[in-house]
Design a protein around this ligand. Sequence first.
Ligand SMILES: [Zn+2]
Length: 255
Amino acid sequence: MKLYAMSAGYVEHEKRVFVPSAPKGLRVQAPLPFFLIVHPKGNVLFDTGIHPDAITDAASRWRGLDKVFAPRLRPGDDAMSQLRQLGMSVADIDVVINSHLHFDHAGANAFFPKATVIVNRREWDAAHDAAEIKRNAFIPDDYDHPLQYTFIDGEHDLFGDGRVIVFPTYGHTPGHQSLRLEMGESGVWVLAADSCYMLENLETCILPKVSWRAEENLASMQRLHDLHTAKKARVVVGHDMRDWLQLPTAPLYIE
Ligand SMILES: [Zn+2]
């Protein structure tokens, strides 16, 4: 099994959006990670990154969220282009797993009509409720397409071999989920996505400024923190340049 880490461009934002104790005015750049898992039974994309329209017009595509997360995007930053760089196309992707439905994680879902798209049912329900759409800043254009959606209610062993396991990490959004990978020599890897934004959140269990539900987000973060401190897994956090720069990124891979 191989794990490729890629970033759908970058954003610049105030650090205290993620780490509230950070000084006002301190701005940081963050990657927008998504991942390709090549398993003998299929190719899996964990998140689809941004919609390519954001590269030319993030203000429209992100409905004003670009004011908080200033885009640092270049042509080719979208998932489709990056798969091409690896000699693959969207048709090679069998399964898409959405950690959640935010614009930088589900932005390119529409480009994967042949794939099974796995979303937690709580997330899908919230993403079709007017009040929750507003509260979570969901953009229905990202996910409301006639795709092969499959909804899950909790932990899910994708190939039935214990190597690719989706598990719930609720709280950032109603149905947020993370991915646990049993890599060969590299041990266990956990892709936290936005249940844990930065290494400081992971190390100290400090909550970001905004969560859908703080107590659920904290419980999810605590679980990741415990895996991290017990060295039971290499936890990759959601949006942290310090973590990102330590990772081998595509075309390099982890196996
Ligand atoms: Zn998010």
